[in-house]
Design a protein around this ligand. Sequence first.
Ligand code: CP
Length: 314
Amino acid sequence: MKSEYPMNHFLDIHKTSAADLHGIIDQAKAMKQARQGRPKGMLDDELPLAGQMVALIFEKPSTRTRISFDVGVRQMGGQSMVLSGKDMQLGHGETIADTARVMSRYVDLIMIRTFDETVLTEMAEYATVPVINGLTDRTHPCQIMADIQTYEEHRGPIKGKKVVWAGDGNNVCASFLHAAAQFGFDLTFTGPAQLDPEEEFVGLARRAGSKVVIERDAVKAVAGADLVVADTWVSMHDSQSSKERRHNMLRPYQINDALMAHAKEDALFMHCLPAHREEEVTSSVMDGPQSVIFDEAENRLHAQKAIMRWCLGL
Ligand code: CP
């Protein structure tokens, strides 16, 4: 697959070749292995980001993305700056294009978490350094790279496996559909029709040969699953006034012990966090033997380190 950009932006999983995605996951696993048992602030043996300056822009709240990128840059010998979109001129009328061109004179790599996807794509169009998608209203590719790494560390290749997404067909679900196409797994979505994933994402996965099933009955959906995934019922871009309506629609899709009993015995449970315990998932599942949620969170660090190396060709 030829990129539409002259450099390695990491914008979405379907915009990066399958070979490169597998290479990133392999590197993430190797880098994680190489620093087992070390204090978090200790440098890696290899310092591919030495001399590199990385800007991390947040227009939305974050715990995992903010800390894991910042720590990852430092472990690889680079320097990072965490910027709040609202404190930049970006939040006060300066264009994305001008911001991208100016920032490219100061830094070697830009990660941005924003609302509208067009902010990300415009940043990528005008920046002369690589840009990474740290989440938009439509997709969250870094999360899913960490999730693939996590699944494979526990159960081997994800190719051919059945992944079940329960709840809202949101931005994280969209990136799972992109990954289904690139990594060759099947995805069943179970949730209310009002919250189906966008047809564009479903179509892309199907055209790539993945089996994508929409199943309203959560019990039928979860039958035979290798991996069950949930996410918050009200995302950062959803209005708080829709909360009660969404909760009422989504209650039948809560992941609890009774529902997990219909998945394969060795099925894993994932959630990108933050979670709302006893809403989309019970504590008994989150803290139970099938849950790998904290491995997922840790792997944000390792996967993103490999993504940054890929972006910079280092
Ligand atoms: N999963 C995730 O992206 O977490 P944060 O919003 O805390 O970065």
